[in-house]
Design a protein around this ligand. Structure first.
Ligand code: ATP
Length: 364
């Protein structure tokens, strides 16, 4: 059993220009056996957060607890936490076997034959039994990654921490390892915190994802909740490719008034806005339907600007007829459409997102 809890965790660094707040008042709890993916843009504080949990970075304020025990002052090697790095951090002069057994030899009194057996079992689990006598330098990136994982798994830790472990692999291997890692974590049932800037990894691997921006937690929820019910404009724009379309609008006379269009709202949405007038309307590209003729007041006349064929689908750049606003829609790859075509963009009322323009908070 391992639960991990961060309570008002903060980390500041000093440099010549002053104080840098890398992690700002982060509170969250990771359940026993849970796979939590921490995701966010470069420099948002992901690695720093993980390193504080690992004990590789001091905590400026707040607490990190493992199984309800505060571990702020527990040394890294005594935390029963194993970390896997992007760089793999393998010992080049040791064999794979040596890399995997070293930690156990150093930190436990287990007899050599038991350690050897644990290494063999883990190697088998990862399909690297045939590599045990090789040096890391003689291995491919994918094989090195497995060894780095093996070194963490063999210790049978309470918690795995992984910092962008797949980012040095090519796209195909990355996709394969993504599935393997997920299966492995599920089989082993070890509480895992996994850091990445890759939204595909976040969406596909995590039981829940924690989205970080500027050192602050934006939302912690299942991937689908974050995608469909983003807490704020940052989360809405971060998840999804192509990104959500955003329009600055004002709420007037029961409609959202933009530069190029007016979008009528039903009573339920009007109520949710709670009197806020300066808003941002958010529309996911896949929620826009392309039609030939307008049939209701959620249909808008547009012109196709650019079509990017992606194979299974087309990314379609649309211009509203006034020409001042553009948006991106995704359409089926078989849709026959080309630049200059006039199309109707249908934006169903149930699919729209509305954010407070000042705070970014999702109102609906
Ligand atoms: P990336 O995805 O690029 O690795 P990240 O989200 O992991 O980024 P961190 O490496 O945690 O971000 O960095 C968060 C902030 O803290 C950044 O502004 C970074 O420059 C700063 N920072 C990190 N480590 C130090 C340090 N040792 N000294 C000073 N500033 C630091």
């Amino acid at each position: 059993m391992a639960t991990l809890e961060l309570d008002s965790v903060r980390k500041t660094f000093q440099d010549d220009s002053g104080e840098i707040v890398a992690v700002d008042d982060v509170s969250t709890a990771i359940d026993d056996g849970e796979f939590l993916v921490v995701v966010g843009p470069s420099g948002c504080g992901k690695s720093t957060m993980l390193r504080m949990v690992a004990g590789l970075e001091s905590i400026t304020s707040g607490t990190v607890s493992l199984n309800n025990r505060v571990i702020n002052d527990v040394k890294s090697q005594d935390r029963d936490i194993a970390m896997v790095f992007q760089s793999y951090a393998l010992y080049p002069h040791m064999s794979v076997r040596g890399n995997m057994s070293f930690g156990l030899e150093e930190s436990t009194d287990l007899p050599d034959d038991q350690i050897a057996e644990m290494v063999s079992e883990t190697a088998e689990l990862l399909g690297i039994s045939n590599l045990l006598e090789r040096r890391p330098t003689d291995l491919s990136g994918g094989q090195q990654q497995r060894v780095a994982l093996g070194r963490a798994i063999v210790r049978d830790p309470e918690v795995f921490l992984m910092d962008e472990p797949l980012s040095n692999l090519d796209a195909k291997l990355r996709a394969q390892m993504r599935t393997e890692l997920q299966r492995l974590q599920e089989d082993l049932g070890v509480t895992t915190v996994y850091v990445t800037h890759d939204q595909t990894e976040a969406m596909t691997m995590g039981d829940r994802i924690a989205i970080l921006n500027d050192g602050r937690l934006q939302q912690v929820a299942t991937p689908l909740e974050c995608y469909h019910e983003p807490a704020n404009q940052f989360v809405a724009g971060f998840l999804g490719e192509p990104s959500m379309n955003f329009f600055d609008v004002r709420f007037e006379r029961g409609v959202l008034v933009g530069d190029a269009f007016e979008y009528p709202l039903g009573p339920e949405v009007r109520e949710a806005l709670d009197g806020t007038t300066d808003l941002v309307l958010g529309i996911r590209p896949e929620d826009i339907e392309l039609a030939e003729t307008a049939s209701n007041d959620h249909d808008f006349a547009t012109t196709v600007d650019v079509v990017e064929p992606m194979g299974d689908e087309n990314t379609v750049h649309l211009k509203f007829d006034e020409g001042v606003e553009t948006m991106i829609a995704t359409a089926d790859g078989f849709t026959r459409i080309s630049a200059g075509d006039d199309v109707v963009a249908r934006i169903p009322a149930e699919s729209i997102h509305v954010f407070d323009r000042e705070t970014g908070e999702a109102l609906r």
